[in-house]
Structure formats: C-alpha cells, structure tokens
Design a protein. Structure first.
Lengths: 333, 686
C-alpha cells in the first residue's frame, strides 16, 4: 500500500511537470483525485487495512493527496524544482484579486464632509422629494419671483417637487431646533437642465451655522479653511459680492484657475478665476420663516456642487461623464 | 447686459483700463463675463443678478462704479418737470382701468413727425444719426427707424422702456390700460398673432388691444415711415403681472426683462423728457402738442432705519459713520442721522431691491469690498455638536459602500428617473414635467439602472463588470412619497481579470450569492433564501432574501427576455436589498469565545440525495449534531453512474470538542448518527 502511494505520487509529480495547458490540470486532477482517481481508490481501500496500519497509511495517503492538490493549484509553467537552472520571471503576477472602487463623486463628497466635520459640523440628509414651502417659500423665494428663474424645477404629480438645492434641509432643521445650528447637508439635487455643462441630477454640499456671534468674517474663515484643505494651502481665493434670495450680504468664492494659474484660458473663460462656492449671511426673511429672533441670532450658509469640485480636482472636462458610469471613467479615480 | 466702455467712460469720467474697470465691476457685484473689442470700443458683458434692475442701463452701472470710487453720479434729467420744459395744450385721452397692474402712465403727443430719409420700415434706416445707431448696435440692438432707435437708446442709457405708437392708427385716439377680454387677440411686432386671457394687461384703444403692456407693441400701430403723429408711452407696470403674462406667451423682451425686475416709478418722466429731447434734436420741425401723467396714487419712497452697529455685528468689522454716510449718499440714498450711528434712510425709486436694514448692510459691505472683511477662524467649541444629526445614517451608508468595495465591487451612481419599465408598479411616483419620456418616473428599484449601465459598458467592449449602487428609491403611499435606501449589485463577465495562468471562468449565480453571504456576514445577519417567482429574473435561478422572516430583497439571474431587448448575450446577475433591514437587524458579534484547546478533525462524506434538496438544508441538518463545528459543500455531481433525479453531494465536516481530541471511534459514532438522521430525509451515504 505504501509502495503504491509512492508510485502514484511520483507519477503525479512527473505528469504535472509536463503540463502544457489548463485542460491537463483538470484531467490530472480527475486522474488522481477524482471519484475514481488513483489516489482516491487507495483511500477508499483503507478499510481493508488493519487498525494498526490504517493511521500510518492514512496519513501518507492524505499527505500525498495534499501535495498533488497543491502542485495542481500552484501550477507554474516556468518554475522547475528548487535549485534548477530554469529561469524564473519575477515580474509576473497572478491577478486574482480585482479591487473594488468608490465613485469619484463619493470620494470628493467624503473629503468635503470630512473637512467640515473637523470644524464641528454635523451631517443632515433630508428628503429628495420636497414641498414648495421648504424648497422655495421659506427661503425667501415666493411664487412668481424672478429669482426662481435661476432654478428650473421638476414637479411631481400630486404637488411635490424634486429639491433643487439642499438648502431646503436647512429650514427643516431650524424648524426642529433652536440655535446653535451647525450642519452640513450632502446630497442629490435636481434641476430641469440638460446640456453640455448641466445634468438633471447632481450633488451638493450645503452648510449652515447659526449662533449669537458668527459674522461674515467667520464665513470667510471657514470657507478659506475648506479651500486650503481641499485644494492646497497656497490656493489663491477671491470673495466677491453676489445675490441669493436666502442670504444677505451674499458672496461667491472663486479659486485661481487651476489650468492657467490666473492668466486666462478657456476653462475660466479668460477671467483667471473659477467659481466654486456660493455663500452669505442668512437672510432675515429666512429667520422669520423659522421664527428665530433675528436680533439675537445671526449666521451664515454656503453651498457647492460636488461634481464641479471633482472636475477641478481631477481635471475632468465633461460633467456628463459622472453618471454615464463608463467603467473606463470610473476606473481612473 | 452689454455695456460700451467708451460710453461708460464718457458719463463717469473714469479713465481706468477696461481690465481694471471690469475687475472693479466684478468686485462690487456686477460680474463681468466676456470682454470684446468692437471697432474702437470695448463691449463689456456684465452678468447681473436679478436683484439689480437699476444696473440694466449705462446710468445705473455708472452710478454704482462711481460710488465705489467715492463719487456721486448725477442724472440731470431725474428731477425735471415735464411741464416746465414743454408747453402743451392737448391732453391725450388716457385712462388706467386697472391701477394694481399699472400705477402710472404718461403719454406725449408729437405731431408733424417726418423721419429723415426713411425707407420701408423694418430695414436699416439712414435717418438715425450715426452716433445713436453705433451705440445701440454695439449693445445688441438692431437699427429700425429713428423713433424706435431713440427709445432703445434711452433704454440703454437710463434703463426705462418706452413705447411709441402711431397715433393715427389708434382707434378713437384714446388709450385704455386694462385687462384683456376673453379671446381677444393681438398681432405683435414679431408678426405672431396671440390669443390673450383675462389676466393679461394690455394697452388698448377704443376697440382693440394695441400693445402687451410692458412686453411688446402691436404691429398695426407701430411706427413706420408714413407715421405723422406719435403717442409716446412711458409707464410703470406691475412686475408680477408682466412676468406672468410674458411666461404664458413665451415672450422675453428687453422691456419685459426690466419691468419684471421692478422699474422706477420716478424714472417714468425723466426717460420721457430725455427721449423727447433726442427726438427734437433729430426732427427739429416736430411739435410736442400733448402731455398727460396719469398717476392717481403716488408711490411713496421706502424709509429704512439703519444701525451702524448692526452692520458691524454682521460683518465683524468697524465702520466710521462718516464713511457709511458718504457711501449711501453716493449711491443716491438720502439720509438723516437720528441718533449716534443710527440713520433714517430714504430709498430712491430705482432701488426696489432695498427695503430692509440688511439690504443697506449689503450695500456698505460690497462698496467697502467683501475682500476687506477680515478672515476670522473661530475656536471650535469641542462640546458643540448640532442637537440633531443624521451622522449615523450617513456613516452606515458610507460604511456599507466600503464593505462592498472590499468585496471587489465598483460603485456606480445612476439617475433617479426612469421610464416605466417592467419592474414598475402603480405606486411609482410620476414627474409632471420630465425632460423626456425616458425619465417620467422616479425609480422604484435600482436594478434597471444597473442593468442599463452594464449593457452600455458591455456594448463599449467592457465585458467584465462588478457594479454596486446604494441609493434611494421612491414610491407613492396615499398622498405621500416614500423614500428609502436600497443596495444593488450587478455582475457579469469573467470571474477574475484575464491574466496568465488565471484560467478564467465566467461569473454565475453562486459568485453573487458568495458576495451576498460575505456582505451579510459582516453585519452578522443570517439570511434565508427562498425560491421566488420574479418576472424579470430567470425562472428557478432566483430567490427572495429574507431577514428575520421579512422579505428584504432578491437575487437572481436577469431573464433572457430583458437582455434580448438590449441585444447582449452575456449573463447578468443581480441582487437588490433593503438598506434599512441591514441596519435594523445587524447583530453584534457577541462575547469573546475561548480559542479551541484541541484540534479539529476533518472528515468527508459523499452523499446521494434527490436533486431538489438544497445544500443549505443538508448543512442545517448535519450542523445540529454534537461536536460538529463546520460543514462545507465541496462537490456536487450529477450525471453518469448516477440515477436520473439524484445528485451526489460531498460535504466536508469538521469535528471539534473543547474537552479532548476526538478519536476515530467517537467520530465514527457521530457520523453514524448523522447518516441515520440524513436517512430520514432520504439522503444516503454513497
């Protein structure tokens, strides 16, 4: 029996060395380890042995089985025995493990959330289907106001709408609690816009801080903190006045064009600056909506588009690529 | 808004280069877009925010930029009185029927109008002086005839829209500013006949509408080379009404753009005076014979109380009262200091956007320069966290993504809208104004999105896909919309990347189930799988996934019918799970267990069972016996030498005791018990 095992093992070793293709591996596996395989037959016939012999032979047979199994599993065409003169190519690898990956928007979203969390903000999410009151009216955009033109809205049958900005969540939060308020809201928003530089669904991060003493200087501070962490500490930043119905005074924030470094190019339409954030001190009309005392409390709000930040950071030039989900795009990040 | 650099220079006497000027405009809130050289001028495109109707003119922009430089712009026409300049003996017959929609209407009759060298109206006219033509054309207007060109010039100069009528074409030579009657029609200047409704404000004569108030004039009463007598309109129209009417008719004109944003009640007459001045200059022999100013309810100016200390609290900076006063005066505000650092400010009619203290605070801030506000970094109070938060949900969603990434999957994100596919049911949420027919509903499942993405990638030649998505799905219940998070995984193609010695196989159901098992085991959830009957999955290669006896999702092979529709031949496997159930039922890992003191013993058993017994059931049965530690299926065989309807299952069982090493006899004993138990289920030893 022992002799037979040795015989089979040597035969197996030799045949494995001569393998030239994948089919042979399967064939050899069946030949030695299959249901009617040579080694299997030996194992099956162990019942005929005496109780004293069985453990010893059993151990040998199992060892042989393991060795044959391993040889087949680890089959390498270009290795020989240890000490052989055969050449071993150390540059090759077996690619069994394919790595998974996050979507680039998720990565940037996490980066943004992380920076603001480090400044003390808590995350709120809110619903994607909203009512007109939270999305517009409470934010100082009554019906028929020209400011509504800036955002084309998807309406849902039955009276709701798809939120056009994450600002709606601010109102919900302020209704539920008194100041201080310290939140960031990352999430999907929807606008009825579909062309070369707009997509109907995109993602924003919105922030809100309300307490008794926060002023415009602090707003500049937190956004400067964010930009330096996101784009690098030498990033040039520009604040300039703007208009939003729910903030006053309002400002838009530009960073120096990452492509031309401020000289002017197509990406920045020649201005040398790229707009990345909108912000401002929360408008008293919003305080009225949520019944906060405007004389006692003050604070700021800001918002940004995640895809836009991703495009600037990664050098992506077409916003439509994000939700096309082409693996050749997703794989790059 | 296109601004001529030369024109602006002329009225402001500012000599800065166009770059410096553009930069200053941007820094006070009038963002400059394109700058273009046109002839010997430079045209600056100012992108105005909707709250600044006063800057829709050269005078308006001039006022703002001069105030920034510490000077005050004077509009010499602003305080003039029409009757002081022109003596008329006629009063045009003008009535305002709807004062809410038109608060003020001025009309001037000009007779003996002979336009110099006018050919057929509508073609470029030599009669308009070159300097007017040049300026309006550079700012985006077409030259029509001297009268219309002059009104457009004044529009660009002062910002107030005027409209000239051919008075001989006005029935009864009378004007009634009223709401349209049902089914009334008007042929507008663009050649389109429009049907009106009773909400729309029109300028009507004795019989019919002759203009859409504040939007566009009628074709029939328009100025032509034959016009002899003009009725010149300058008025104030209600912004909401103009906007509504323009939207309904799909119109957007220079006039409607301005009226929508709010014009100046007090700008009506100055614009009129300026226009007449220019007309008299071009057509000296004409006569101003009639004038009326219908303005029954005078609009008072806003008064705002302004506190410097509030300005300082909002900005965090200090301001001198003197500086504040000067800025406001230069911008055209009138004020009195009622208390130290407190002003009573009167807001001019051309700033309808200012009616609160905070609005004045913004004016000071932008004039001083948003740049000048000192950047402050607050010390973060470590104790402070918002009272309510959804950090937990956010973190658990992101964590689930990390687990799926570690299982080798690529995250994708798809749009929330779908067409109504085979998956959707009657409680799908419908969108009233979708972009197209393919995006009429909000998705109820994530599967169609992943299948779509897989198909597109396969068509591009990328056959090996392992996607996941975690996102919201939507459904209706009563009048409410339900939103919940779901997880979806879709795989197709090779099991591993093709590579030397990898000997690739295609993924199949068992691969996806392996991923599902690994994912759920991370949450310590034991799910049950039950054959299902979902119509978009292949029959019998699909299962419901139950967590705690609730159906929480499904897994299976996508049916050929669906894939044939897309014309791809690969097999696609899909899984979808409720995220909430994962969260709610994930278990803890329990307390620490001592490491085993004695070794495990492995034994294989080859069994014959009926085809339709699930491996899980066999494993469950064997697992209940004493000392059985782990049971794994290592082989399944059907075919030659096996009776039809049967299959051979080989299991590997590991035996473990915490008191001793089990010997052969003891294990044989357990094996016998196991086989007896399996026998009862009609499973025999091979």
């Amino acid at each position: 029996m022992k002799h037979r095992i040795d015989e089979i093992l040597n035969e197996a070793r030799s045949e494995i060395k001569d393998i030239t293709g994948p089919k042979q591996i399967d064939d050899l596996k069946i030949k030695y380890l299959g249901r009617n395989g040579l080694l299997t037959e030996v194992l099956k016939s162990m019942g005929k042995l005496s109780p004293e012999d069985r453990p010893v032979i059993g151990k040998l047979a199992n060892q042989a089985k393991i060795e044959i199994q391993e040889l087949l599993d680890n089959y390498k065409l270009d290795t020989g025995q240890v000490g052989t003169k055969d050449y071993f190519d150390i540059s090759l690898a077996r690619k069994i493990y394919s790595l998974g990956n996050l979507h680039p928007v998720t990565k940037i979203k996490r980066d943004i959330v992380k920076i603001f969390r480090s400044a003390g903000f808590s995350v709120m999410l809110g619903p994607e289907v909203e009512i007109d009151y939270y999305n517009f009216e409470a934010l100082n955009m009554p019906a028929e106001h020209p400011a509504r033109d800036m955002q084309d809205t998807f309406y849902v049958k039955g009276g709701c709408l798809l939120r056009t900005h994450t600002s709606a969540v601010q109102v919900r939060v302020m209704e539920k609690q008194s100041p201080p308020v310290l939140i960031i809201v990352p999430g999907k928003v929807y606008r009825r816009d579909d062309d070369i530089s707009h997509i109907p669904m995109f993602q924003q991060v919105e922030g809100l801080l309300i307490d008794e003493k926060t002023n415009f200087g602090h707003l500049k501070g937190v956004l400067t903190y964010f930009i330096k962490n996101m784009f690098g500490k030498d990033t040039k930043i520009r604040f300039r006045p703007s208009f939003f119905p729910y903030t006053e005074p309002s400002a838009e924030i530009d960073i120096q064009c990452v492509i031309c470094k401020g000289k002017g190019c197509r990406t920045c339409s020649g201005s040398g600056w790229l707009e990345i954030l909108g912000s401002g001190m929360v408008d008293p009309a919003v305080f009225d909506s949520v019944k906060y005392d405007y004389e006692k409390y003050q604070g700021y709000a800001f918002g940004m588009g995640i895809e836009r930040i991703a495009m600037l950071k990664y050098g992506i030039n077409d916003i439509r690529l994000f939700y096309g989900n082409d693996i050749r795009f997703l794989n790059q990040f | 808004m296109l601004i001529s650099y030369n024109w602006l220079k002329e009225i402001t006497e500012i000599n800065d280069s166009e770059e410096d000027l553009s930069n200053d405009l941007t820094m006070i809130g009038l963002e400059v877009g394109n700058i273009e050289k046109v002839d010997n001028d430079i045209i600056i495109d100012v992108e105005l925010t909707p709250n600044r109707p006063d800057c829709l003119s050269h005078f308006g922009v001039a006022r703002d930029i001069m105030a920034f430089k510490g000077k005050k712009f004077i509009n010499k026409y602003y305080d003039l009185n029409f009757s002081d300049i022109y003596k008329t003996n006629n009063v045009p017959d003008i009535k305002i029927e709807d004062l809410a929609l038109c608060a003020r209407y001025c009309g001037v009759i000009i007779e003996n109008v002979k336009m110099p060298g006018t050919p057929v109206s509508g073609t470029p006219v030599s009669g308009t002086p070159e300097w007017i033509k040049e300026r309006i054309e550079k700012c985006g207007f077409r030259s029509v005839n001297p009268i219309v060109d002059i009104t457009n010039y004044v529009l660009l100069e002062m910002g107030h829209p005027l409209h000239p009528f051919d008075l001989d074409k006005i029935n009864g030579k009378k004007i009634n500013v009223r709401k349209a009657k049902k089914k009334e029609k008007i042929l507008t200047l663009d050649g389109i006949e429009r049907e009106l409704d009773e909400d729309m404000l029109v300028i009507a004569d004795a019989e019919v509408p002759v203009a859409l108030a504040g939007i566009m004039g009628g074709e029939l009463s328009s100025i032509s080379e034959n016009t002899n007598t003009i009725l010149l309109e300058s008025a104030y129209f209600n912004p909401v009404s103009v906007r509504k009417t323009a939207r309904k008719l799909g119109l957007h004109t220079e006039a409607s753009h301005r009226f929508e944003r709010g014009m100046d009640y007090n700008g009506v007459v100055p614009a009129l005076i300026r226009t007449i001045e220019l007309i008299k200059e071009i057509i000296p022999e004409c006569n101003i014979t009639g004038f009326t100013d219908v303005y029954p309810k005078k609009n008072g100016l806003n008064n705002v109380n302004f506190r410097v200390d509030r300005l300082e609290r909002i900005t965090g900076m200090e301001y001198e009262s003197g500086y504040v006063k000067n800025v406001l005066i230069n911008l055209g505000f009138e004020l009195e200091e009622s208390n130290k650092g407190v002003f009573n400010v009167r807001i001019p009619g051309y700033r309808p956007d200012i009616d609160r203290e905070i609005d004045l605070i913004e004016e000071i801030t932008r004039m001083k320069g948003v740049d000048s506000v000192q950047v402050r970094f607050p010390v973060v109070d470590l104790g402070i966290r918002n009272k309510i938060s959804e950090d937990d949900i956010y973190d658990s969603l992101e964590h689930a993504k990390d687990i799926l990434v570690s299982l080798g999957l690529q995250e994708m994100i798809s749009y929330s809208f779908r067409d109504r596919s085979v998956l959707e049911t009657d409680d799908s949420v419908e969108i009233e104004n979708p972009l197209d027919v393919n995006t009429r509903y909000l998705r109820k499942y994530l599967t169609p999105g992943i299948v779509d993405a897989i198909v597109r990638n396969v068509r591009n030649g990328n056959r090996d896909i392992k996607f996941f998505e975690i996102g919201k799905v939507f459904s209706k219940s009563d009048n409410d919309v339900n939103e919940k998070y779901k997880i979806c995984i879709g795989i197709t193609g090779s099991r591993n990347d093709d590579n030397f010695r990898s000997f690739n196989k295609e993924v199949d159901y068992y691969d996806l189930k392996g991923i599902a098992d690994a994912f759920l085991s991370h949450y310590n959830i034991e799910a049950k799988y039950r054959v299902s009957d979902i119509n978009f999955l292949k029959k019998s290669i699909q299962a419901d996934i139950l967590i705690n006896d609730n159906i929480s999702g499904f897994i299976g092979q996508v049916s050929k019918i669906i894939l044939d529709k897309y014309k791809i031949s690969s097999n696609v496997y899909i899984l979808e799970l409720d995220f909430n159930q994962i969260n709610d039922y994930s278990g803890s890992f329990g307390k620490f267990r001592q490491l085993p003191k004695f070794p495990q013993v492995y034994r294989d058993l080859s069994l014959i069972a009926k085809e339709d017994i699930n491996a899980a059931d066999i494993i469950d049965e064997i697992s209940q016996y004493e000392y059985v530690n782990e049971v794994k299926v290592i082989d399944i065989y059907k075919g030659d030498q096996i009776k039809k309807g049967d299959k051979v299952i080989t299991v590997s069982i590991s035996y473990l005791s915490d008191k001793k090493t089990l010997n052969d006899a003891e294990i044989d004993d357990i094996e016998q018990k196991i086989l007896r138990g399996l026998n009862k289920l009609n499973i025999k030893l091979r």
